[in-house]
Write a protein that binds this ligand. Structure first.
Ligand code: 0X9
Ligand code: ZN
Ligand code: ZN
Length: 303
């Protein structure tokens, strides 16, 4: 039972998915989009409420990086709230959601029972030193192996032996390519630093439609700040962090053609970092839901 006053591993998160799906069978369907290296299900929720209105489809994934526990905590809170709080009923008439709560369940399990600060997947690519895992957010086929990724199998940012070497990134690729005409918005949820991340990550060049992305990113930033005064900053990955090739939202924008393809780095700014107290989950959920609804509606108004 998720109570959002603690952090959970994928079995508890998937139990919540099953429970809420049973509660709203006419709105939610679930499907497996693949299996992780260790055989865990990569579960996707489709939230599709029958409605007369023109819907905009949003794809969102969290916990691509294992140690970023606040990401699945925040997104499960958000979808639980959207589904159970009547105040948001009208929002479900406007948006369909394709949601992967845990993209890296092997890594997440390892952060619960082995190394709390593990980031990568747990695939075995025959490292001489026995190092495991690939940084799934360096494994997408956009500037694969370029700046900000490592060829060292023991590195935290190891890009993998080839683009899409990981079953977790293959699953996202295949699902998005199969649904790319429907999907209008893609969000990759990370922590920490309180940033709205815009493409690209692999180059200092900005996309041609960067002004549109920046305008929407600022809408998210400002709506999020209103709830609890939490300060976020909006910009491209290299402007705010560093160059990072092979990232998910770069591939989704450039190769799948999803215009509004971006990321967010949730709380905090480094005081607790990845070890953010669970007492902040609900506030993170509240402010991030406000921000997401503001940006989703702004994009929908434009489409
Ligand atoms: O380095 C990353 O993958 C992300 N930061 S984190 O501290 N959560 O690891 C930034 C996202 C970069 N996104 C793309 N390059 N598309
Ligand atoms: Zn991350
Ligand atoms: Zn609050």
């Amino acid at each position: 039972k998720l109570t959002w006053d603690a952090y959970y591993d994928s079995p508890e998160i998937y139990a919540w998915v099953d429970e809420i799906t049973a509660q709203f069978p006419e709105i939610i369907t679930t499907q497996s989009i693949g299996k992780s290296t260790e055989g865990r299900e990569l579960m996707l929720m489709r939230i599709n409420k029958p409605s007369d209105q023109q819907k905009v489809t949003v794809f969102l994934n969290s916990n691509i990086h294992a140690r970023e526990w606040i990401t699945s905590a925040t997104t499960t809170w958000i979808f639980n709230e959207l589904l159970t709080n009547e105040a948001y009923a009208a929002e479900l008439d406007k948006f369909d959601f394709h949601y992967v709560p845990v993209l890296n369940p092997d890594g997440l399990a390892y952060t619960h029972n082995g190394d709390r600060l593990w980031r990568k997947t747990l695939s075995d690519h025959d490292s001489f030193w026995g190092c495991l895992g690939v940084d799934a957010n360096r494994n997408f086929d956009k500037s694969f192996g370029g700046p900000g990724a490592s060829s060292d199998k023991c590195s935290e940012t190891y890009h993998g032996p080839s683009a899409f070497s990981e079953p977790e990134t293959q699953a996202v690729r295949d699902y998005i390519l199969a649904n790319k005409d429907a999907i209008k918005i893609y969000f990759d949820v990370h922590s920490y630093s309180q940033l709205v991340l815009l493409p690209y990550g692999d180059t200092n060049l900005k996309p041609d439609d960067y002004a549109d992305l920046l305008e929407k990113g600022l809408i998210l930033e400002n709506a999020l700040r209103e709830r609890h005064g939490t300060d976020y900053v909006t910009g491209t990955v290299p402007d705010l962090l560093y160059l990072a090739s092979g990232g998910s939202f770069d591939w989704v924008k450039e190769k799948a053609g999803v215009k509004y393809s971006m990321g967010i780095e949730l709380r905090d700014q480094g005081q607790y970092g990845f070890l953010l107290p669970a007492s902040q989950i609900i506030a993170s959920g509240e402010e991030t839901l406000d921000g997401f609804l503001a940006i989703f509606n702004a994009i929908r108004d434009e489409i």
